[in-house]
Design a protein around this ligand. Structure first.
Ligand code: C5P
Length: 235
């Protein structure tokens, strides 16, 4: 059965050994895991097999952005590898996203979620201006999220601060995946716009990406269990 918790633990490690060591301290009934560019570049597809063998559902966070054919083929390979969620950049445009959604539809029994990144939270207004976008980050997020939905994406990655607005604009079924989550009392780290798990879920988020508050805790499973309990999820 699928994991009941909305928490996705970011396994941001430079080696396969470190990520597997952390995964073994976690529990696939209490969270999913996220594999990003650093880990995937060092470990390759073997990391997916290892995490699947431990019972985890995996979000492959490679944020594909290329010509439609290339991205469609890449998401298709990810889905065939059995990942639970994969993502692309919404700024790759409608044809890129539609080609990706079509590629997944052609797979028998596909249930991999296809998600788009809107505006990277590291980008502010001046960064957008420099790449030729004459809109506020919020306006651009809204525009890209609407484009992602109409291009067949299952949802978007966004800041939890944007969840309420996107959930109202695009409907409650459009999946919102939000990083920058910090349980009450934990270290903010370099994240600027943070929210607690409870507040993020109340704002309309579906999945909560949490890295360091769990992976750098003395007792990661205790932090995870507490975060789930705060959300009313008793596993
Ligand atoms: O350690 P922390 O909880 O800040 O980790 C958050 C994870 O979410 C990292 O893997 C980071 O790359 C990712 N992320 C983010 N902000 C975004 C998109 C992804 O922090 N806008």
């Amino acid at each position: 059965m699928s994991c009941q918790s909305p928490i996705v633990v970011a396994l941001d490690y430079p080696t396969m050994a470190q990520s597997i060591e952390m995964a073994k301290r976690l529990d696939p009934n209490q969270c999913r895991v996220k594999v990003g560019k650093e880990l995937y570049t060092t470990a390759g597809p073997a990391i997916l097999d290892s995490l699947h063998a431990l019972g985890f559902e995996v979000f492959l966070d490679l944020k594909f952005h290329d010509i439609p054919n290339t991205v469609a083929n890449a998401v298709s390979v990810a889905a065939k590898a059995g990942v639970w969620m994969v993502n692309v950049h919404a700024s790759g445009g409608r044809r890129m996203m539609e080609a990706s959604a079509n590629a997944l539809q052609q797979l028998p029994n596909n249930n991999t979620l296809l998600i788009a990144v809107t505006v990277l939270t590291s980008m502010d207004q001046s960064d957008l201006v420099e790449v030729g976008i004459d809109a506020t980050p919020e306006q651009h997020v809204k525009r890209l999220a609407a484009l992602a939905k109409s291009s067949g994406m299952d949802g978007v990655v966004c800041s939890a601060q944007e969840s309420k607005m996107l959930s109202t604009e695009l409907g409650k079924d459009f999946v919102l995946v939000t990083p920058g989550i910090r349980p009450t009392g934990s270290d903010q780290g370099d994240q600027k716009r943070i929210m607690t798990p409870t507040d993020a879920m109340a704002a309309g988020s579906h999945y909560l990406v949490m890295g360091r508050p769990i992976t750098q805790a003395a007792d990661p499973i205790a932090v995870l269990t507490q975060a789930n309990a705060d959300l009313g999820i008793l596993i």
